[in-house]
Design a protein around this ligand. Structure first.
Ligand SMILES: [Fe+2]
Ligand SMILES: [Fe+2]
Length: 205
């Protein structure tokens, strides 16, 4: 499955990221491991997803563009590939907003450059910023682990951490509600994946 050890990947991201972002990656990994232990998932794999999730966060726009626009599936309509691939087409907002590029680019980087062939891990990285409907357990663990890791200090983070530790689906619902609310407040556009995820977890969570 993984070509290298957790220590190898930790060292790799330490060299690729600033001190602050490296710390955030370790904290996310620890939170993912905690969520995995709580919800019956492989803690080692969850930890690794946390370590790798922001691997392309400090990459140049040019390189991010190269990574995502060279991936044929990202140029397909969104959702093409669900079930048989770890990557799905970019939605219109993902194509437009560079801030969203590090997640799909990270998925391609991990698959191509690190030769990781674990589709669960790759799709968790791909969807860690926008989410989607009907997420895998690892996708939910990473999405939530990133949001509620223990060095985050936005108001009421403890409440969202509690939700995530109690129930992943309800945790997703609360997190998506918060995210969409935040987009409305700050007059930001909402990704179609996020919108679909909200509708899905509203019923499910
Ligand atoms: Fe990220
Ligand atoms: Fe992150």
């Amino acid at each position: 499955m993984m070509k290298e050890s957790t220590e190898f990947y930790t060292c790799l991201i330490k060299n690729r990221l600033s001190g602050e972002r490296f710390k955030h990656s370790i904290k996310t990994a620890e939170m993912c491991r905690e969520l995995a232990e709580k919800h019956g998932y492989d803690p080692k794999k969850a930890y690794l997803a946390g370590i790798l999730h922001d691997i392309c966060k400090e990459e140049s726009e040019k390189e991010l563009k190269r990574l995502i626009f060279s991936e044929p599936l990202y140029q397909s309509p969104m959702k093409l590939g669900i079930g048989d691939s770890a990557v799905c087409g970019l939605d219109p907002l993902e194509k437009e907003i560079p801030k969203l590029w590090h997640a799909p680019a990270g998925a391609v980087y991990v698959r191509e450059k690190l030769e990781v062939d674990d589709t669960e891990l790759i799709s968790a990285i791909r969807f860690h910023t926008v989410g989607r409907e009907n997420m895998s357990k690892l996708e939910k663990i990473l999405y939530l682990g990133d949001l509620v890791e223990r060095s985050r200090d936005y108001p009421e983070v403890e409440k969202y951490r509690e939700y995530a530790l109690l129930d992943l689906n309800h945790g997703m619902y609360e997190a998506l509600k918060w995210t969409i609310n935040d987009c409305l407040q700050r007059k930001k556009q909402i990704s179609l994946y996020t919108y679909e995820a909200y509708n899905y977890y509203l019923k499910k969570g």
